[in-house]
Design a protein around this ligand. Sequence first.
Ligand SMILES: CC(C)(COP(=O)(O)OP(=O)(O)OC[C@H]1O[C@@H](n2cnc3c(N)ncnc32)[C@H](O)[C@@H]1OP(=O)(O)O)[C@@H](O)C(=O)NCCC(=O)NCCS
Length: 147
Amino acid sequence: MRVVVPQTEDDFRTYFELRYEILRRPWGQPFSSVKDDLEDTAMHAMILDEKGIVAGVCRMQFNNKDEAQLRFMAIRADLQGKGHGKLLLTYFEELASRHNKKRIVLQAREAAVGFYRRNGYMLKEQTQLLWGVIQHYRMEKVLLRDE
Ligand SMILES: CC(C)(COP(=O)(O)OP(=O)(O)OC[C@H]1O[C@@H](n2cnc3c(N)ncnc32)[C@H](O)[C@@H]1OP(=O)(O)O)[C@@H](O)C(=O)NCCC(=O)NCCS
């Protein structure tokens, strides 16, 4: 498996389809809910398996000079728990470090808090209850410490 940046229309189609399949469809949300207004400026990455099939997707945006934010992390249901999520996290953490970001923040779904904790993210506060059912928590990982 390898991390690639989606480039073509076809890449982005499969990229958003997986995001929809994992993060929107199970809650009956329409396909129009799959994107927000930062897609054009954000950085996207996906994992391809040996056959070139998309196994996972994630996105990072820069909130300000010091802070990056991860959104829409989704691993194909039958491939969860095999290290794909960790690989995407590492990819974006290295990218954020290369851009001199000091921290990465994210809104973790309750079921994913353990995954982020395992990967060095600290739970900061309870935040929104998405669609009235999915509790989220703000989490943060410090990449570089101030001198
Ligand atoms: C949450 C998710 C991104 C994790 O990705 P993954 O590929 O399944 O996780 P990995 O196999 O890379 O796990 C990496 C490590 O975290 C641990 N881990 C994974 N999920 C965990 C969980 N829910 N609780 C505790 N630890 C977890 C793994 O055991 C592994 O530990 P190790 O390094 O000791 O082996 C993925 O399961 C997923 O897409 N879930 C559904 C959608 C979702 O919730 N996305 C996040 C939205 S905020």
